[in-house]
Design a protein. Sequence first.
Length: 437
Amino acid sequence: MSIALRFLGGAREVGRSCIELELGESGRILLDSGINLGSGDRNPIEPFGKVDALLLTHAHLDHSGYSPEIVKSHDCPLFSLPPTRDLSELLLLDLLSLTPKEERTFTHEDVMYLRKKEKLVSYEIPFTLRNAEIIFFDAGHVLGSAMIYIKFNGKRILYTGDINLTNTRTVRGAQLDLPAVDYLIIESTYGGNSDVHPSRKKVERKFVMDIEKVIESGGKVLVPVFALGRAQEVLLTLIDHMDSGVLQKVPIFVDGMIKEVNKIYTIHWFWLRPELRNKIRALRKSPFDHPYVDEVRDRREIVDINEPYIVVTTSGMLQGGPVLDYLKYIGTDRRNLIYLTGYQVKGTLGRELLDGKRDITLPRTGETVHIEADVKFADFSAHADQVNLLRFISSIKDLKEIFLVHGEEEKMIDLEKKIDERGLTVYRPSLGELVRL
Ligand SMILES: [Zn+2]
Ligand SMILES: [Zn+2]
């Protein structure tokens, strides 16, 4: 009985990650079911038959955004780590609220139905599904993120989802003591030759120093972040540097879904890196509770403040959310600073700013804004860079073939060459491509 892999999304693109695994006659499982957040088709290709189970690596919408539609139409169970369930529910409800009524493809009830179909799993605990052995391993990307190992009929597959090998403030780097694998499906977001992440320490230092300079001269700082993962890293960085006296104590206003995600990070403390876990247990409070951190209740009051402050808000790529309101005020004053902190997908406003465009059109309202504030980028990445992707590949025993997913094509080509030089077989599957193992 052979295995057929179909790449339903995330093939030569970042977004709508979705891989179909046909296990001979035993059944069909999906690995992730995400949507596209930038330009291009929103949804993955529909599966080629009845789906028996959906397995989620983590809660980011490019991996989970299409799960309500899949679970509803196939009435299948949904497997993930406990934090992923809570986080993806939050992100899906937020997505729903931001989608105009006529464009919605799922309902509030569909999101609630996921709860009924959920099967919670843990790292490193094997279970059997449709005659396959499945194990989730820690991917080190965000809270609850996992790589998925599948063994069926003697063939072993590992799908990385999004991975990060280095420790961050909230989670430990990905596990490297993995079982031997024949086929590896690996993300390649930062697989390009020029993709070298500086150490987190360096990134944090520059980030804090740049902000300090702007505050010193009376300016304000706008930090657009992804609500899940990046927001928590940025907040803990700011809090820590204020506590140690490196950064001046000014108000940090938190707006958007970040507050809710912070709560889930605190509730699910068990899955955080041990240092943070122990701190939460010892202090018996959220690590995001701090005298200088304030939740925004009325946005108009904030923009009227004449003193320096920092706003940490969504969305990270500026394609919607409260950040657009702040952009109109903070972005139009040359004393201020906009600090982008994450990957900016092609076709998003964040990418335009990063590429130097200053006359921008706000999504939805169509308003035009001229950006006078300085724009900087901090590489707080939660993805492995090229060196680390290669290090991860080298750590895997018995590897026969590698499939690159979740990357822009130029970056994949760079990574493909590097893997090829090491004498390993590597492919860049195209959208909808079928591969028999
Ligand atoms: Zn992710
Ligand atoms: Zn992703």
